[in-house]
Write a protein that binds this ligand. Structure first.
Ligand SMILES: [Cu+2]
Length: 234
């Protein structure tokens, strides 16, 4: 597997910013493996920063050189250079993540790791219809390298982030959080004996989004306050 580290322009919180990404994706590539698999991941550095990648939570058994922390496990990957991480997942399964492990490049350089059980080994619960990784992160409008360098120089506490993110996107509490997608509901009451009550509620109005939700009930009392958030652009 190849992870190409490159810059990419993305728009968040009303501003466009050039950020570090892997393979042009933010959040980065999902890595899926089975317990017992050997990972060989080649990381290629196409950006002006020196980088390393850490496999967060992976136990490195006799492969400490593949762990990732800069100047502890390895020298950083220089601009234009690459490094092949080579390690085996032993006795672990579940959801982990990978991220950059030098200064604050990890603010955008991260992605999920999914470790499935060995072939033929079942989960102790029913298989879901679909699974979706959810990564909670932070977004800072300013240059994060400047922020952390300044904090290290002065000994002060670094600036707090401008937004929390879910899968790289700020929630609806922030301005310009989500570009609206419009959904048209074509509703028909195909009823026989009972009345059907439908209620449509608007959560808030902005020039970008007009989210709404609706509920259906057989009695007016079934129409509870509407709290379902609108779907976000994926
Ligand atoms: Cu980590």
């Amino acid at each position: 597997m190849w992870l190409q580290i490159q810059m990419q322009n993305v728009a968040r919180l009303c501003e466009t910013k050039s950020i570090l990404t892997v393979n042009g994706q933010f959040p980065g590539t999902k890595i899926i493996a089975r317990e017992g698999d050997r990972f060989v991941i080649k990381v290629v550095n196409h950006v002006q920063y020196i980088v390393t990648i850490h496999w967060h939570g992976v136990r490195q058994l006799r492969s400490g050189w593949a762990d990732g922390p800069a100047y502890i496990a390895q020298c950083p990957i220089q601009t234009g250079q690459s490094y092949a991480y080579n390690f085996t997942i032993t006795g672990q399964r579940g959801t982990l993540f990978w991220h950059a492990h030098i200064s604050w490049l990890r603010v955008t350089l991260y992605g999920p790791i999914v470790i499935l059980p060995k072939k033929g080994v079942a989960y102790p619960f029913p298989q879901p219809f679909k699974e979706v990784p959810i990564l909670f992160g932070e977004w800072l409008k300013a240059d994060t390298e400047k922020i952390i360098n300044q904090a290290l120089q002065t000994g002060g506490i670094p600036n707090v982030s401008d937004a929390y993110t879910i899968n790289g996107r700020p929630g609806l509490l922030y301005n310009c959080s989500a570009k609206g997608k419009y959904y048209r509901s074509r509703v028909q009451a195909v009823k026989v004996a009972n009345n059907v009550f439908i209620r449509v509620g608007c959560l808030h109005h902005t020039p970008q989004v007009q989210p709404f939700s609706w509920r259906l009930g057989l009695t007016p009392q079934a129409l509870l306050p509407l709290t379902i958030p609108p779907p976000l652009e994926s």
